[in-house]
Design a protein around this ligand. Structure first.
Ligand code: CA
Length: 149
């Protein structure tokens, strides 16, 4: 075996450094849109793109990220914010009323549940006449997380 053909230790280090340099160096971002606004809370950050879409990352304990899911409390990578499709016709009876729909929202936000929220407030033609249906609507469509079961 001819040991004179082996690379020197310095050559090996130099080649190894060159090989991994590209992996360590930042590469240009592939996004074609840019952030226009960034807002940071204590444990989360949200950014708005110039097209109006938004991403948030960080703590999601209270649903801060707006991703419609609080099952994972921490999201270190940017998550697309789900645009709420909330209608204030909470019981879906075709009528938006502060005295019925608005009061149900207030009751739910105060921690009430079941009949304590809906009693006497759902319309006769409501397609969401029960607490589970209303709770699901408030949670999934309106982004109200942590409502009483
Ligand atoms: Ca209604």
């Amino acid at each position: 075996m001819n040991l004179s053909n082996l690379p020197s230790f310095t050559d090996v280090l130099t080649r190894t450094a060159e090989r991994y340099k590209s992996a360590l160096a930042p590469s240009p971002c592939a996004h074609t849109v840019k952030y226009t606004q960034i807002s940071a809370g204590n444990n989360h950050t949200c950014a708005v793109f110039e097209n109006g879409s938004a991403q948030c990352w960080g703590s999601n304990f209270y649903g801060e990220l707006g991703i419609g899911d609080v099952s994972v409390n921490n999201r270190p990578t940017p998550q697309w914010v789900i645009a709420p499709s909330c209608t204030f016709d909470i019981d879906d009876d075709g009528n938006v009323s502060a005295l019925t729909d608005g009061l149900m929202i207030v009751r739910a936000m105060l921690g009430m549940n079941r009949d304590a929220v809906i009693s006497g407030l759902t319309g006769a033609t409501a397609t969401r006449p029960t607490w589970p249906q209303i709770r699901a609507h408030l949670s999934a469509s309106c982004g109200l997380q942590g409502l009483a079961p």
